[in-house]
Design a protein around this ligand. Sequence first.
Ligand code: 3HC
Ligand code: NAI
Length: 692
Amino acid sequence: MAAINAVTDFSVEGDVGVVTLNSPPVNALSAVVREGLKGAFDAAIADPAVKAIVLICDGKTFIAGADITEFGKAMTGPSLQDVQGVIENSPKPVVAAIHGTALGGGLEVALVAHYRVAVPSAKAGLPEVNIGLLPGAGGTQRLPRIVGVEKALEMVTSGQHVPAKAAHAMGLFDELVEEGSLRAGAIAFARKVVAENRPLKKVRELNDKVEAARGKPEIFESFRAANAKKFRGFMAPENNIKCVEAAVNLPFDEGLKEERRLFMELMTGSQSAAQRYVFFAERQAAKIPDVPDDTPTIPVKKVGVIGAGTMGGGIAMNFLNAGIPVTIIEAKQENLERGVGVIRKNYENTAKKGRLTQDDVEKRMGLLTPSMEMEALADCDMIIEAVFELMEIKKEVFAKLDKIAKPGAILATNTSYLDVNEIAAVTSRPESVIGTHFFSPANVMRLLELVRGDKTSKEVIATCMKLSKTIGKVAVLVGVCYGFVGNRMLAQRQREAQKLILEGAMPWDVDRVLYDFGLPMGPFAMSDLAGLDIGWDASKTSSSTVREVLCEMDRRGQKNGKGFYDYDENRNASPSPVVEQVIRDFAEKRQIQRRTITDQEILERCLYPMVNEGAKILEEGKAIRASDIDIVWINGYGWPVYRGGPMFWGELVGLDKILAKMKEFQAQYGDDFKPSALLERLVAEGKGFKDA
Ligand code: 3HC
Ligand code: NAI
């Protein structure tokens, strides 16, 4: 075995040359990898003993793509296209041997090999769309030539990782070899190619599938229409579609040029910069400076959930889905039955859509033990409380739990706002107490705010961070404060939205501006969806807010067809003239002079105070980094990922501009707009949040 460079080896086994890459963690195509590949293939091609070449990777995966950390920097070493040219034009057959994930540029390298073999656990995909890009090394031109236009469109716009069996069925992999025997299997396959004198199959020359779609623009139009909602606001899906159109309508080399042009358009734009930032921010959030990776964790083999309401049921499902048994406790028999019934119904609905088998449904339900006795939690390793949001009840539950739970069990609260330290203080083991703030619907939303109390132990934090991955959540560690990170910032936006409708805007104006910004819905549509009467007490009502007046008029939101909006039988919303009048009357009573409010003011009034609150959160150390705040907003509130989160967006707008506007608003409307000291300091020093 000869080393070509630090990450590439070349060896000859009989008549097969083997190029081995070893560049942890994911064999990304950095300059040194490209250099190594080129050197190794040059050597293999020049070696007269070599009749065929296998490309294989060490470590956990085949090449997982271009090295994203190199983007935006000056390129060194050979380009990926140069390397691909050497491989594709090799006079000797090249076999890519795939394990782990062949992604992005990695799959594009495999696509210039003449054959691809893989183990059954391997996956392949072109996930560039997820970082606001498109496959820029021929992927959009080669993929449809193998899998056809429809499948290619789906793959490049979803970024899905296709499992080996499906990849084999669609012709992307030529052969599957036994798990654990990739190297031997690939060498044997290469020998077979040589022995049978099989052709040097170049994907670029396969035209049947793209020609079949030529002159059928309706394929693309219907794909665009079917996915319009999903792609709203994003640039990358459309550029990916245009590339596949180019593959169909242009000769291969022209298609490549079009792909390059559309790639550069994305690469130099702000959306991809934001999405690449989010990719790394999400991984960064998992790193807690004082809780190193090797912190011991507590095995969690059984989970308890207290409260089978809206949140408890969804929380339980997360664990059942991961195969972890759950005991769920209720105070009322009827609520227990209803809660368990809702879980079953959710699973049945998923099964109806074909995403679960009936067998899976029963398996998951079989892991669930409903009970009315807290004592049933004695053998649980982790217990999550999701009862009413009342401190007294929570304290009662935790005091009882302290007596029942086994030593070392994690005691978690799903509180949205309450003080985790105060809850922990009623137990004799505050080090075991942590906040696990799930978002509704808890079985769907990816975010988990982990709330660290003053005494929460590192083991508990490390365990919860790890467990969140097991149940498919993105966890962000936050500190104790009212509303934690997400709801605390949300309160800023909600307050301004309420003020704006009295000052002159209408709910549908505010909603439209925020929806057009890229949020899934505005605050008023959101209130209608959740129900205007949440937390409203008919016996104590005093017409003190527009919302209260609407509740008094029995306008309770979508559920009874009228809230801030009027709803038809299909729940389509339209602006309500009744609500408009209510708002005008309310403003008049308060002697508020209504005026014209621009869309720009709506946006600035709703979002700048959020950025400012984020700065206060950082200043107080309630979030570890600004990027953690962004991850909260992207995964918990649908902040558009192509805008990178409120803190990233704030910097894009300019912290100086935001500060100036906050000061202007403060002079006009008061201390709701008081700038944070951190914001003032960063602007004075010309710095950004990462320097905070
Ligand atoms: N470039 C640079 N670093 C990368 C990387 C990449 N393409 N992919 C992963 N990494 C890094 C991560 O940042 C992380 O670093 P850290 O340990 O310092 O935080 C480390 O590798 C491990 O990554 P994960 O924690 O994500 O490991 P997993 O095992 O959970 O997942 C994976 C592995 C599925 C490969 C996942 O990392 C992934 O999806 N990577 C991105 C794949 C991708 O987007 N490829 C396309 C790149 S763009 C491209 O190829 C352009 C081309 O068309 C020209
Ligand atoms: P819910 O009212 O739907 O359910 C609470 C359930 O707890 C009820 O079924 C009730 O019978 C049960 N319960 C009350 N006291 C109990 C006790 N002592 N022992 C056992 N069961 C008891 O409430 P929801 O919405 O599920 O909220 C639960 C918690 O989650 C609250 O702290 C809330 O703030 C928080 N939360 C709620 C979110 C939401 O969107 N609904 C989002 C995130 C957090």
